[in-house]
Design a protein around this ligand. Structure first.
Ligand code: GLC
Length: 691
């Protein structure tokens, strides 16, 4: 059951799609304080586990730290940080009470979850305007289900969005893209798309192409597509200030950019230098900005990534003036501790300075509203603009779309990548822990920069990260300029990478089917073990293993030089270990702890009892993948097993689980057979282990 409590006059974020009238009942569980802003206080019991908060630092259980919802560009997020690129204000408390809480408020919010006092949650904000949604159901799964129904179906990408994608900031010209495609092709390593970072544009101007470096853009798009490879360009939030640039001139003429306090377009510096932000909170501007993507769609592009949309700011004009004034003031001084601190703050504090977010305004129904009040909605609305624009071009077609910054609600329009990370083992673990938290908040199409974006990756990190990445819907290897090159052909052991990616493609029948079901049924794709085994305290507190869809559990290796890892099985399961040479080892393991020896090239998956996995023959891209001819691997005590399998053309928006096929696996006269009423399906191999 969901109850809505309204305080003040909240901004309508459109995060929620179902109409729920506000109740006048007293808000339960929490104490409310409304002096100096707003705060909610909750007393936890000793065993309470707190889930949620989507893209955030630390564990699946959020207890013991402080998190701040304030979309922030922070490429070097270490454990002490509190804000990442997104703001996902949904938490669930599981303990004496079990409920979910969504705080629909686009301002900065602090969640002190047992940080100041280990037994107390304090959620606080300067705002007095918000809608609170309290969701009470009998299990965590049901809370997620009700919440996700309330916020609407998650975005489903085209099937090709689940293929292996290569990216790097630093591909400068047509030859670079052909080189990547040719290397993958010559080594027979699957590749679905190549990302175009900011260098494809003319002086970093959105919706332009540098014609000197890309003289045959359309031919490039077409030729690569003929090889099954799509190009995916980036679009940034800032529009360059430059006379003669049509997007800039049109935006100025129509008054579509965010304004400063004097009503002049606000100038922030980003990649192109001085830029303006389109006021995407305004529906008219959204329609305008969204329509701009068409110029690239007309050239054959079918997918985009929206970036820098927290929005990130290198500096504002005013901020820069203040910085120089400070530098002038210490110019002739003998710089000691105080001035040194001031110097560092003046220069290092230029980028993404909170003061700058108070310096510009959105036009909300004809009235200026300072950006800080709506900060967490910018990336959401930039992405919504794009998705609406795509619908105008072709409302039947699925485009690939994901964003760096997001707020709940945006999950209906596109996915997210988890922003700039580093080639650190800790960021691989963070990626693992973040997946279920993101799913709770509606974000299913998501993944991290595999191998790490910043810092130089290593072969073993790349291997272990890909061994996890083969399970994430967005599977993109992306790296920053000036880091070690990490396309898979840059490493010696390319044959192993080929095998890993072949596994990914053979795994797509299960992944795609589970993805679509998770979107349509408002369920999790990646779950914490505690969701399915709530009575098992070890399962509840396991943070480095995940359930994936209905039938699978994964336990990735995430430490350097590990020769194995401990895995906890919450029930008897079939462990399948994949190793180099595409070899598989299968063994039924009993409930409890096991130490598994896993060489660098080995990774395990675990099948739950009386369930099976569907795989297909691998291929080098989704277009040539046959997801109707299936292999079945399972584990049964002799019972007949069924699986609801969903597959479709992967391109159109006509997606209905009514078209799913039931697959039955049963033992007939001593032999396991797989059958389905769907004539399109065939089964080329069936392996069932008795357990
Ligand atoms: C931002 C993005 C990153 C991109 C870079 C250059 O840092 O997060 O993915 O490569 O900008 O566009």
């Amino acid at each position: 059951m969901i109850k809505k409590f309204t305080f003040g006059t909240p901004f309508q974020t459109d995060a929620v799609v179902t109409q729920i009238p506000s109740t006048s009942e007293a808000f339960p569980y929490f104490q409310i304080h409304q002096e100096n802003g707003f705060s909610l206080t909750y007393s936890m019991s000793g065993d309470d586990v707190v889930y949620g908060l989507g893209e955030n630092m630390r564990g699946i259980n959020k207890r013991g730290y402080r998190y701040i919802s304030c979309c922030s560009d922070d490429a070097h997020h270490t454990e002490d940080k509190s804000s990442l690129y997104a703001a996902h204000n949904f938490i669930m408390i599981s303990g004496d009470n079990c409920f979910g809480l969504f705080i629909d408020c686009p301002e900065k919010l602090t969640f002190d979850i047992g940080y100041t006092d280990y037994d107390t949650i304090v959620i606080s904000t300067d705002s007095v305007d918000m809608d609170l949604y309290l969701i009470e159901e009998s299990s965590l799964k049901e809370i997620v289900h009700s919440f996700r129904e309330m916020i609407g179906e998650s975005y489903i990408p085209p099937k090709w969005g689940l293929g292996y994608q290569q990216s790097r900031w630093g591909y400068l010209c047509e030859e670079d893209f052909n080189e990547v495609a040719n290397q993958y092709e010559s080594l027979d390593i699957p590749l679905e798309s190549i990302y175009m970072d900011i260098d494809y544009m003319e002086r970093y101007k959105d919706f332009t192409i540098d014609e000197k470096r890309f003289p045959h853009f359309e031919t490039l798009v077409k030729d690569l597509k003929a090889k099954g490879i799509k190009l995916v360009p980036i679009i940034d939030a800032g529009v360059k200030v430059e006379d003669g640039y049509d997007v800039y001139e049109e935006g100025i003429q129509k008054g579509y950019f965010c304004k400063d306090k004097d009503g002049k377009p606000f100038v922030a510096a980003v990649w192109p230098g001085h830029s303006h932000f389109p006021d995407v909170l305004n529906p008219e501007v959204r329609a305008w900005f969204g329509s701009k993507y068409q110029c690239l769609i007309d050239k054959g592009i079918e997918g985009f990534w929206n970036d820098m949309n927290e929005p990130a700011i290198f500096y504002s004009e005013e901020g820069l003036k203040e910085c120089f004034a400070y530098l002038d003031s210490i110019r002739d001084k003998n710089i000691g501790i105080e001035e040194n601190e001031g110097l560092m703050n003046a220069v290092m504090g230029l980028a993404n300075n909170p003061k700058d977010y108070d310096r510009f305004y959105h036009d909300i129904d004809g009235k200026p509203v300072v950006h800080t009040k709506l900060h967490n909605l910018f990336g959401y609305n930039m992405t919504r603009a794009a998705a609406d624009g795509f619908d105008k071009v072709d409302e039947t077609k699925r485009f690939l779309l994901f964003s760096r910054s997001s707020y709940i609600g945006m999950h209906r329009y596109g996915g997210i990548w988890t922003g700039d990370n580093c080639a650190w083992w800790s960021h691989l673990l963070l990626n693992i822990k973040m997946m279920p938290s993101l799913n709770m908040c509606g974000f299913l199409y998501t993944g991290a920069d595999l191998g790490g974006f910043g810092a130089d990756t290593s072969y073993d990190l790349m291997v272990r990260w890909l061994q996890f990445g083969i399970f994430t819907p967005l599977m993109r290897n992306h790296a920053a300029k000036d880091t070690r090159e990490q396309e898979l052909y840059q490493f010696k052991n390319t044959s192993y990478f080929r095998e890993l990616l072949r596994f990914r493609y053979s795994f797509l029948p299960y992944l795609y089917s589970e993805y679509v079901k998770a979107s349509k049924n408002s369920t999790m794709l990646f779950s914490p073990l505690g969701f399915d085994y709530p009575e098992d305290p070890v399962a509840v507190h396991t943070e480095d293993q995940l359930l994936l869809g209905e039938n699978l559990m994964i336990a990735p290796v995430y430490t350097q030089n590990a020769i194995g890892r401990t895995v906890y099985l919450p029930e008897d399961m079939l462990c399948i270990t994949f190793s180099a040479g595409e070899k598989r080892k299968m063994e039924v393991l009993k409930k409890g702890h096991h130490y598994l020896e896993l060489s660098l090239e080995e990774f395990p998956i675990f099948l739950r009892k009386n369930s099976f996995l569907v795989l297909c023959q691998p291929s080098n891209n989704t277009e040539s993948l046959n997801m109707n001819a299936l292999e079945v691997i399972g584990c049964s005590d002799g019972s007949t097993m069924t699986y609801e399998y969903y597959n479709d053309d992967g391109y159109t928006k006509d997606i209905s689980l009514d078209n799913a096929s039931l697959i039955t696996v049963s033992k007939e006269t001593g032999e396991w057979v797989a059958t389905s009423a769907d004539d399109a399906l065939s089964f080329y191999e069936i392996t069932i282990m008795e357990c």
